[in-house]
Design a protein around this ligand. Sequence first.
Ligand code: PLP
Length: 407
Amino acid sequence: MANKNRPTGRRLAERLQNMTSFKVVDFLEAAVAMEAQGIDIVRMEAGEPSFPTAPAITSAAVKALADEKTNYTPSFGIMALREAIAGFYAQRYGIELMPERIVVTTGSSAALGLICDLLINPGDGIQLTDPGYPCNANFVRRAGGEPQLIPVSADNAYQLTADLVAQHWQPNTIGVMVASPSNPTGEVISQDNQRAINDIVVARDGVLIMDEIYHGLVYGPGSGLSYGLEGRNQTETSILSISDDAFVINSFSKYFGMTGWRLGWMVVPEDTLPSISVMTQNFYISPPSIAQYAALGAFEPSTIELMDERREEFRRRRDFFVPALRELGFVIPHMPAGAFYVYASIENLADDSEAFCWDMLERAGVAFTPGTDFGHYLARQHVRFSYTQPMDRLELAVERLSKVLST
Ligand SMILES: Cc1ncc(COP(=O)(O)O)c(C=O)c1O
């Protein structure tokens, strides 16, 4: 059977037909290819902190290697790490969690897949924001479900509200997936809003999946900048302080800056653990061993101190970059409160975000991602910048964009 994913006609599973590519990777690969030709590119396409792994994490990894901790571990992860994560919830949020409810995974990507596979029957719908993290819709599709995209805009701080959830609830909807702070918009959902959404979901016998992967990276209002929209939240609260029934996703990738170590976790309702264990044992056997021992170093006070300093550096980068983009003609209605992304409208600069991003990569040597990676709603009118690069590189990006945009 012909398959659009393989024009050669090789027989492949039909489920791939509806999956979309992760465009950020297309831009990443193009940027890498240009760099290989000696062209300097300011890399703002990927969501990756620019800092090296924290020393305490690296030394924990080196020690684990020396101690030959290279075997499979229990499929939910080593207990020392699950306990350390539980300790982190107690310290950061004042939430007491049984370590047994914490499942360590191969990046939070594995957690997203496991949760979808756990909950979704063919034809079930999951509500997602549009724009949102592009892989989520594909995890839903992989499980046979239907991503139900709800358009969100600057008017509602790019987040769902209880009204939107209720309004878009379909007979086949079984739940809602929310990320706060969000990718690509950096917007944070308030605790009141979380509670209201949870109430609506519970009343419909549905499930709430909260992606808290950008927790630890919330900055609050920018200095001296217009900051509209009443009631926007500037602090982070975990859904676990509201509900023990929600599924929570988190990761060592972002706040702890461990993207390539491929380690994340989820906190799940206790009764789902036996079913999840069937999947983790079969699909993964265990999360990566060295990465788990390394991650123990993430909870050392020296690492937390360093990560909090890095957060302040991200805040400085945001406070420089957002006004600079506005000066260049990008429209950013309010300062993004967290993560390390700016979702900017190009309505005054161009009419097609994909063409614009390719053009800026080629002519300005700045890589960033078209809105079409994150959904459909006003996607051709938006682009996402990831401001994880050092300040001098951000300044260079602004200089280069300014030059190209003024010609
Ligand atoms: C919102 C969101 N969730 C999950 C992930 C997956 O990250 P990882 O698998 O590195 O934990 C990402 C990565 O960018 C993300 O932005």
